[in-house]
Design a protein around this ligand. Structure first.
Ligand code: CMX
Length: 436
């Protein structure tokens, strides 16, 4: 393995010492407390997990290893993987070495295609994607080395090997799923002369006379790479990996969480909304029409897809990056103009309504319309694109956790009766949150 491996090997003792020292010196310090509402509320805001690859700041958005995501939008996804793993952007030599590592591992085993083609024709692309990843578990070097009795401090090396193997094949597998699912033809072979994102775009087989579709896919893969550790897919992958299940098991599990409508599936809803607007007004509505439509949607008790966020309180910088792309490449496209007009009107309406904590657009508000423009019109495939990108984050988190010797995840669950009793004994009424 190349320079990424060597850099991680250099960093390993320093990182382990850092964790050892903080636990030794401050092991009993309290960093978070948990209320009854949080216990019943999906553990929102409970600080009980470590993730060093990225953080989500309410007023800044995604920050990858200290870099706001907006500053990384011109970087290749491979560079982002190196950054996620090491905290450093690779120089030209390290990038070339990582790309070489990926190329050497890029052959998709033939059984993966047999498995995919044997699934029912109406299998969801995310079910195909997760199944393909799981079917490759037999390739795991981690499992083989573990059964041979590898030392604990070595876990990260085969975890990195498995991650590189998985990331190397994902573009071809995901593009093949697109072609099988949409019946566009046989999967197309990988081109070793292309970078990871461009190769993926090219294997989808859509026309790209200007090269901008390649740029869009690279951008998409970079922007969706990671979103700290507590989101459903990252946390699932983390938990499965903590049992020392290898990266094929863990990433496949993470993808099953990403497939949910409250997580990775939301992007297709946004495109649906924009299409609804276009169909209703037979093109781009005026500002007044759109304002009226947004109000109607809210008054019907529906949400405006692509707006609001659990953590963010500003326009998502990933939306800004897609918006800039649209401004440059397709400013006159009807769908993009609707997205743009919604951006100018929706936050004001949501503020007037006064319910949402975050009236600003999130990452999903514009990406689907851009994909649609380039002929990627099959909504149900969009989460697979998201998954290819998010595998960068999942794999980097797995490698770091094995490197740090992170133990098996095992929070304590309690019964409802125990909570009621404990909260009452503490003199707190769950309803008022005030001390009696
Ligand atoms: N349109 C209308 N109402 C909205 C809204 C929106 N876009 N976003 C939030 N609200 C409503 C909520 O439904 C809630 O209403 P009730 O009090 O009646 O239940 C109220 O505003 C307060 O919600 P919140 O605290 O601001 O938002 P949450 O943290 O509960 O939910 C999210 C966050 C993203 C699920 C929500 O904003 C939403 O449903 N947005 C639309 C769907 C969407 O774009 N999802 C993609 C998210 C992308 C990502 O997570 O990365």
């Amino acid at each position: 393995m190349g320079k990424l491996h060597d850099r991680l090997a250099e960093q390993a003792p320093v990182l382990r010492d850092k964790i050892h020292n903080v636990v030794t010196e401050h092991g009993t310090a309290v960093v978070s407390e948990v209320t009854v509402s949080q216990v019943f509320g999906g553990m929102r805001g409970v600080k009980g997990l470590v993730c060093d690859t990225s953080i989500v700041e309410p007023d800044k958005g995604l920050v990858v290893r200290g870099f706001p995501i907006g500053d990384l939008k011109k970087r290749l996804p491979e560079e982002i993987f190196y950054l996620l793993c090491t905290g450093e952007l690779p120089d030209a030599e390290a990038l070339a070495s990582l790309q070489q590592d990926l190329r050497q591992r890029a052959e998709v085993p033939s059984y993966v295609w047999n498995v995919l083609k044997s699934l029912p024709p109406d299998a969801h692309p995310m079910a195909m994607f997760s199944t393909a990843i799981l079917s490759m578990e037999r390739e795991s070097v981690f499992r083989k080395r573990y059964s041979e009795g590898m030392h604990k401090t070595d876990y990260w090396e085969p975890a990195l090997e498995d991650s590189l193997r998985l990331l190397a094949v994902l573009p071809e597998v995901a593009a093949g799923i697109y072609r099988i699912h949409t019946r566009k033809g046989e999967p197309l072979p990988s081109n070793p002369d292309l970078d990871w994102g461009a190769d993926f775009a090219s294997m989808l087989g859509l026309p790209d006379p200007t090269g901008e579709f390649h740029n869009l896919i690279r951008l998409y893969l970079t922007l969706h790479c990671d979103h700290e550790g507590g989101n459903v897919s990252a946390f699932t992958c983390h938990t499965v990996g903590s049992a020392l299940s290898d990266p094929f098991y863990a990433v496949s599990a993470g993808m099953n969480g990403l497939a949910g409508p409250l997580h990775g599936l939301a992007n297709q809803e946004c495109l649906h909304f924009v299409l609804e607007v276009r169909n209703k007004y037979k093109g781009v509505p005026t500002g007044d029409q759109l304002r009226e439509y947004v109000w109607e949607t809210l008054n019907d008790g529906r949400v405006i897809p692509g707006y609001g966020h659990a953590v963010l309180r500003v326009t998502d910088p990933r939306f800004t990056a897609f918006h800039e792309f649209g401004d440059r490449v397709c400013p006159n496209d009807e769908m993009f103009r609707i997205v743009d007009r919604l951006f100018h009107i929706t936050p004001q309406v949501l503020k007037e309504q006064g319910k949402v904590k975050d009236p600003w657009p999130n990452v999903d508000a514009g990406s689907g319309s851009l994909l649609y423009l380039f002929g990627l019109t099959e909504f149900d495939y969009y989460t697979v694109l998201f998954g290819v990108s998010r595998a960068l984050g999942m794999c980097s988190q797995l490698v770091l956790n094995r490197l740090l010797g992170t133990p098996i995840t095992r929070p304590k669950s309690v019964s409802t009766d125990w909570l009621i009793k404990t909260a009452s004994n503490a003199g707190v009424t769950a309803a008022s949150g005030r001390t009696k």
